[in-house]
Ligand binder design. Structure first.
Ligand code: ARG
Length: 259
């Protein structure tokens, strides 16, 4: 009897161990081959919900994630969080990876590993038509809105002293646009590809490129937990999709341009 119990225990233990090994990072207990991808689905065309069609999160990052997962033998499950909490969620094991038009900045690299960049964008300042804001000097005394935890927030804050404006953050990009329309913000800084969507639809808004803010040298990359074995695997897959034209196809599909 004692022996029997021992055997069962050993059996359960090894099944548990196997399950533990197969599970990439522990964020997802359902299936070993599914990676939970954290994103902030407020960023069309990178990741967003087209509410007129369904509540599914779609976009460039989602397509690319699925393509890379297919090539590395995984499935992707998308989880929507505020941008500001993505790296923390990954550190806490709530998501296995982060893909959110996220730049591999030196600060973030202290808490995550990044793949090579797969897309680069630049910052644009969105204002109301007729606002006369065209340069840094015009922003003096104004209020600028940025998404919390983004590169745009860092840049806006870094230039604030010189520019003499106030910076306010919000968790979600559509909130920035609402506040701009309502006149609580005089300008918002978002990336050009995202701004394009708003500028197309909202004719009372204008986009200006102001040199002090443009800098986006690092490019979007995928974040994984520190020392994850997935980073080299996905890096290889990114090299592949760059070489065989798949990445370019996706860029064309979602951004309407080829790079
Ligand atoms: N590229 C910027 C950054 O890395 C902003 C990304 C915002 N992404 C989003 N899904 N809202 O900070």
């Amino acid at each position: 009897m004692k022996k029997y119990v021992g055997l069962i225990t050993a059996g359960v233990l090894s099944i548990g161990m196997l399950a533990g090994c197969n599970n990439a990072n522990g964020a997802n207990a359902k299936s070993s081959k599914t990676l939970v991808m954290g994103t902030s689905a407020d960023y069309k065309p990178y990741e967003y919900v087209d509410t007129t069609k369904s509540d599914k999160i779609i976009g460039f990052d989602i397509d690319l994630a699925n393509e890379l997962a297919k090539r590395t033998g995984y499935k992707i499950e998308v989880k929507d969080l505020d941008f500001n909490s993505l790296i923390t969620a990954m550190k806490g094991g709530k998501v296995d990876m982060v893909m959110a038009g996220m730049n591999a900045t030196p600060e973030r690299k202290q808490n995550a590993d990044f793949t090579q960049p797969y897309f680069s964008d630049k910052n644009e300042v969105i204002v109301k038509k007729g606002s006369n804001i065209k340069s840094l000097a015009d922003l003096k005394g104004k209020t600028i809105g940025v998404q919390a935890g983004t590169v745009q927030e860092s840049i806006a804050k870094a230039v604030a002293k010189k520019g003499g404006y106030t910076v306010q953050n919000r968790n979600r990009v559509p909130e920035l646009i609402e506040e701009l329309k309502a006149g609580r913000f005089d300008a918002v800084i978002i990336e050009q590809s995202v701004a394009a969507g708003y500028l197309n639809n909202l004719k009372d808004l204008n986009g200006v490129l102001i040199n002090d803010f443009i800098d986006n040298t690092t490019g979007s990359a995928i974040a994984f937990p520190k020392n994850s074995q997935l980073t080299p695997k996905f890096n290889e897959a990114i090299t592949e999709v760059k070489k065989d034209g798949t990445l370019n196809k996706l860029v064309k599909k979602w951004f309407g341009i080829s790079k």
